[in-house]
Design a protein around this ligand. Structure first.
Ligand SMILES: Nc1ncnc2c1ncn2[C@@H]1O[C@H](COP(=O)(O)OP(=O)(O)O)[C@@H](O)[C@H]1O
Ligand SMILES: [Mg+2]
Length: 244
């Protein structure tokens, strides 16, 4: 396993007028693992991911992915797969039509479209209009889009939202497989139970960093529930608890 972090955030800060959404966030995301970026609604998760991807400019600090700022990373769109609401379906088309647009944008073989349809369990739904898809199917489509270029790093904002229990299980198995293949997966969530069996590492944020380390360390090897530890961390007086 590589010791160079796949993603590094250094003093990352974002202020919107009088709201500080992200405050001095410094954390490394380890390569080849699934990391959960966990926090309540409004904790600053999406803002952090947007800064990582150059979609929002930080007020202070900086972020790198695979050693470079995203905007300076060669072949970034191929090396970093992204699923965020803001980068959702664009064509008003069918599931396959949507994927074909991205396949063409990325300069990939059209056959890759059908591969990711298979990988994300969308077989049979290819010809459905995206507008008629359930939230769960849209989540699968977003992940299919993120996987198109076979990226080394995946950045997924709330991919468990709107998934039913089967979908949650599918997502967990899929993310675990992707990490087992050596990929780095950074997944944000406010649903702790959904990610507890998915993540290796945990970054807890509540505007500031509250924890960064392994899930096993946080839960004492499973002796405590993630939820219990989480509330302790986010409701404690503000402080950053960082484990190496
Ligand atoms: N474009 C924006 N303008 C003003 N405030 C924003 C903007 N985006 C996010 N915020 C605020 O920043 C905080 C963090 O939001 P966000 O990063 O979306 O949190 P999360 O993804 O963890 O739910 C919230 O208080 C939110 O209202
Ligand atoms: Mg969010």
């Amino acid at each position: 396993m590589s010791t160079t972090p796949a993603i590094s955030l250094t003093g990352l800060t974002k202020k919107f007028k009088d709201v500080t959404a992200v405050d001095d966030l410094t954390v490394d995301i380890r390569a080849g693992r699934v990391t959960g970026l966990l926090g309540r609604n409004g904790a600053g998760k999406t803002t952090t991911l947007r800064m990582l991807l150059g979609l929002a400019g930080p007020t202070a600090g900086h972020a790198t992915v695979l050693g470079r700022p995203y905007g300076e990373l060669p072949r970034a769109a191929h090396r970093v797969g992204v699923a965020m609401d803001a980068i959702g379906p664009v064509t008003g088309s069918t599931v396959r039509g949507e994927l074909l647009v991205w396949t063409a944008c990325l300069g990939l073989d059209r056959r890759r479209t059908d591969e990711v349809i298979g990988l994300t369990g969308l077989t049979g739904a290819e010809d459905r209009p995206v507008s008629g898809c359930s939230t769960g199917m849209k989540q699968r489509l977003a992940l299919a889009t993120a996987l198109l270029a076979d990226p080394e790093v995946l950045v997924l904002d709330e991919p468990a939202n709107g998934l039913d229990p089967d979908g949650i299980r599918w997502l967990r198995d899929t993310l675990r497989e992707l990490a087992a293949e050596g990929r780095t997966v950074l997944v944000s969530s406010h649903q702790l139970a959904e990610v507890e069996q998915t993540v290796d590492d945990v970054v807890v944020v509540q505007r500031t960093l509250r924890y960064a380390g392994t899930l096993a360390d946080l839960t004492d090897g499973g002796a405590h529930r993630l939820e219990e530890r989480f509330f302790h961390l986010v409701d404690a007086p503000e402080r950053a608890l960082t484990h190496a």
